[in-house]
Design a protein around this ligand. Structure first.
Ligand SMILES: NC(=O)c1ccc[n+]([C@@H]2O[C@H](COP(=O)([O-])OP(=O)(O)OC[C@H]3O[C@@H](n4cnc5c(N)ncnc54)[C@H](O)[C@@H]3O)[C@@H](O)[C@H]2O)c1
Length: 326
């Protein structure tokens, strides 16, 4: 049966893929986005579809938000101020969007009793070095004088708010902590490591790796991620729960730079850049971030299908088109 989905932040990287996936399954999609980091270009191909509806606006605008939540059957809340560089540049806006904005989304979804998917982040685990990370592990955040932690704190507060709505008002909400998600349309502009390194490889510039490059991450293709989001939202047994969505291949950023060189055939050198040079003196990074995905697999039978080399190739094809304008 055709359902109506509202995607906040649907002109962004993950939101535009989620919109595409839901339209492909025959649903109708409403997007609310202020185009602060998302772009009309991300959803250009969807505009011709009569089941696609775009509203340029903010989740901070109560009238618009209320009308759209009231119109739809399900809500996926992806709108947020995203990216390390964005958060460092404008921590106030990032906190207001991620806390006050999410609070408004929760309020209206609860009022109209609309099931909600809430996008949280692996950042909430902070400096926790345990691997793999389970959803009930401690979140170890740094000092409030280090701006970077405001993003993790704001996402953690979103989780607390969503769980409080669930427990106090029986509100149907599912939360996912997304680990590094990559794929076509992800902008390198706000500090996302994979598209940034791919751009450097494709343009013959040095691949700049922050710190000593031993920090590790896992990566998941956005098509796998949106499949998991769709299934979580459609599975009432997941409501009131938190799930990791992430890849299983742990790789250091130095090794990632090497893999990118191999997959793209680039001769660029790799350069280590001190964190102080990249982000200023007041910066801390997570040494390791690997998800335990057993809970997710148990709930919706989900395993990511796309491997790292295919992710790099896909991002490289997309970036090549954008860099050459073809
Ligand atoms: N990409 C990742 O690796 C990753 C990892 C962890 C969590 N997440 C979460 O996933 C979600 C989507 O991230 P993304 O990578 O697609 O980033 P993105 O920047 O491409 O998407 C965010 C979208 O939200 C929109 N937006 C921002 N403020 C808004 C507002 N006030 N009102 C309406 N729209 C607004 C932006 O214009 C953008 O289109 C975010 O909540 C982010 O925190 C992403």
């Amino acid at each position: 049966m055709q359902q109506r989905y509202l995607i906040t932040g649907g002109a962004g990287f993950i939101g535009s893929h989620l919109a595409e996936m839901l339209l492909g399954k025959g649903h109708s999609v409403y997007v609310l986005d202020d185009e602060s980091t998302g772009t009309a270009a991300n959803i250009k191909a969807l505009q011709a579809n009569p089941d696609f509806h775009f509203t340029h606006g903010s989740i901070m605008d109560d009238d618009t938000l209320s009308r759209l939540v009231g119109t739809c059957h399900f809500v996926a809340h992806l709108a947020a101020a995203v990216g390390v560089q964005y958060v460092l540049k404008d921590p106030l806006k990032s906190i207001m969007t991620n806390v006050v904005g999410s609070g408004r989304v929760l309020h209206y979804c609860s009022q109209y009793e609309k099931p909600l998917f809430l996008a949280s982040s692996s950042e909430v685990y902070g400096l926790q070095t345990k691997a793999p990370l389970r959803e009930d592990d401690f979140c170890v955040l740094g000092a409030t004088s280090v701006s970077r932690w405001s993003y993790a704190c704001s996402k953690a507060l979103d989780e607390f708010m969503a769980l409080a709505y669930h427990h106090q008002k029986a509100f149907p909400v599912v939360i996912a902590r997304l680990f590094n998600t990559v794929g076509p349309r992800q902008s390198p502009a706000y500090g996302m490591v994979l598209p940034r390194l791919v751009d450097q490889a494709l343009t013959g510039r040095p691949l700049t790796v922050h710190g000593n490059g031993t920090q590790t991450r896992t990566f998941t293709h956005v098509r796998d991620v949106v499949e998991a989001i769709g299934r979580l939202l459609a599975t009432p047994a997941t409501w009131g729960e938190v799930y990791n969505i992430g890849g299983m291949e742990e790789i250091s950023i130095l090794a990632l730079a090497d893999r990118i060189k191999t997959v793209t055939g680039s001769n660029s050198p790799i350069e280590l850049i001190p964190y102080t040079q990249a982000f200023g003196s007041n910066f801390q990074d997570m040494p390791r971030r690997v998800p335990d995905v057993h809970k997710l697999a148990g709930a919706i039978g989900f395993q990511p299908k796309i491997g790292l080399d295919a992710m790099i190739a896909d991002v490289a094809a997309d970036r090549r088109t954008r860099l050459t304008g073809t």
